[in-house]
Design a protein around this ligand. Structure first.
Ligand SMILES: Cc1cc2nc3c(=O)[nH]c(=O)nc-3n(C[C@H](O)[C@H](O)[C@H](O)COP(=O)(O)OP(=O)(O)OC[C@H]3O[C@@H](n4cnc5c(N)ncnc54)[C@H](O)[C@@H]3O)c2cc1C
Length: 392
């Protein structure tokens, strides 16, 4: 790797999940060289995600800034997919059948009604449907549900096909992934950066995107006014099951269900989705379990029970895998997107919406590196909110 001179623009991206890969995609023509550091690329949380692009069903009370960002992220997603497929020559699994949100009990339905009222005040499209309409929309649904909603806007992407396409894009643009962990970032006097690596020393960069997901906290940044600052990102575990339907349980198109089904079952949320290749996923728990990525009896049992109550036909399917991932989450549950220091852009804290937010965060990194600014509406997501004494 060449020594970085101030005039040589070398972007180092820390982390090869959806955040880091989308930063590489959007910044691919801005730098003399781009290098990604990740000891375990394309395999962490982004690899196990459900892949719902759900600005509507993921909008919750008190999260309107996030909903605005999610809506913008969903708006640019189709163009991003089209560009990515064009440059990589790969196909991403993207399904646009919408979401059906169902309630098991009267009390679950009251919760869905309250959420729908809130979503309508934000101008989001969600429509109440009767139990008989639900049976027409998704014939495999339980006949004892209390009611539900249809949300046409939410779509589904296959995270593995998406990451595979992004990996192919890296090869085409000669963006190298170095399988090493970054231990710290230091700001040098000439305003470039020095990154400490494991066994092989140090490397310099003129620009950085810090996108290390739940590893972000363990990459301290030594800033002149603020030695050893670490971003307070915590892991929130999500367990998910993958199942394979036999031929007799599929539509002629090969899928088990052609819409995302979200259930509220005795107060517990569950979702069931079907990929283009037929595989079905049941997700996902949301647990404060530290960095433990184990699947637990309770987590898997509760997901299976809730899925059965919503879609009884799922009991016939064969289990392929139990998986789990750690959602990178900030103290206020909002994403962390923006500069921490000039030319050091942070892209993390995506929590439940990281697949959706990946392209938008990459586009924001590009805009920042080009203009030196972040639009006012996105400043609420700045990493500087965690460092009151910072002068930037
Ligand atoms: C079960 C489950 C279901 C989900 N479903 C959805 C969904 O339907 N829709 C949605 O939008 N989102 C969903 N999410 C959330 C989404 O998956 C995450 O928000 C997103 O994947 C986070 O992406 P990331 O790139 O920040 O992190 P990651 O994918 O975890 O990538 C971070 C990378 O950084 C690397 N790294 C860490 N430390 C270092 C270091 N020191 N040096 C170098 N590299 C480092 C890691 O090895 C890793 O490869 C789900 C999450 C889970 C767990």
């Amino acid at each position: 790797m060449p020594d970085t001179q101030p005039s040589f623009k070398h972007l180092i991206i820390i982390g090869a999940g959806i955040a880091g890969l989308c930063a590489a995609f959007y910044c691919r023509d801005l730098f003399d060289e781009i290098t990604i550091f990740d000891p375990d690329p394309l395999s962490a949380t982004s690899w196990v995600a459900g892949g719902m692009l759900a600005p509507v069903t993921e909008s919750h009370f008190g999260e309107s800034p996030l909903t605005t960002l999610n809506l913008e992220a969903a708006r640019i997603f189709p163009e991003f997919l089209s560009d990515l497929q064009g440059v990589s020559g790969c196909t991403v699994d993207h399904q646009v059948g919408g979401t059906i949100s169902v309630a098991k009990t009267r009390s679950d339905l009251i919760q869905l009604d309250q959420l729908a009222q809130y979503q309508l005040t934000l101008g989001l499209k969600t429509e109440k449907v009767s139990v008989s309409q639900l049976a027409e929309l998704v014939p495999k649904l339980s006949s004892t549900l209390a009611g539900g909603y249809i949300v046409p806007q939410d779509t589904l992407v296959g995270p593995r096909s998406l990451l595979t396409c992004l990996g192919r894009m890296l090869e085409i643009f000669n963006i190298e992934i170095v399988q090493q962990q970054v231990l710290s970032i230091e700001v040098a006097r000439d305003k470039s950066f020095e990154l400490s690596l494991g066994p092989s020393g140090k490397v310099q960069a003129s620009h950085i995107v810090l996108a290390a997901g739940c590893g972000t906290r363990s990459v301290p940044v030594q800033l002149p006014q603020l030695p050893h600052s670490s971003l307070p990102i915590r892991p929130v575990r999500g367990q998910i099951l993958r199942l394979q339907p036999q031929a007799q349980f599929r539509f002629s198109s090969g899928v088990f269900i052609d819409k995302i089904v979200r259930g509220l079952v005795d107060g517990r949320p569950v979702y069931i989705l079907s990929r283009a290749d037929g595989e079905v996923a049941i997700g996902a728990t949301s647990e404060e379990a530290g960095y433990n990525v184990a699947n637990t009896f309770e987590g898997v049992f509760e997901l299976m029970r809730a899925a059965r109550d919503v879609l009884p036909a799922i009991m016939e399917l064969e289990i392929v895998a139990l998986e789990s991932g750690l959602r990178p989450t900030s103290p206020d549950n909002l994403p962390v997107i923006g500069p921490l220091w000039p030319q050091l852009f942070v892209s993390t804290g995506f929590y439940r919406n990281g697949i959706l937010l990946g392209p938008k965060s990459g586009a924001l990194a590009r805009d920042y590196f080009v203009s030196g600014n972040v639009e006012t509406q996105y400043k609420i997501f700045s990493p500087q909110r965690f460092f009151n004494n910072s002068s930037h």
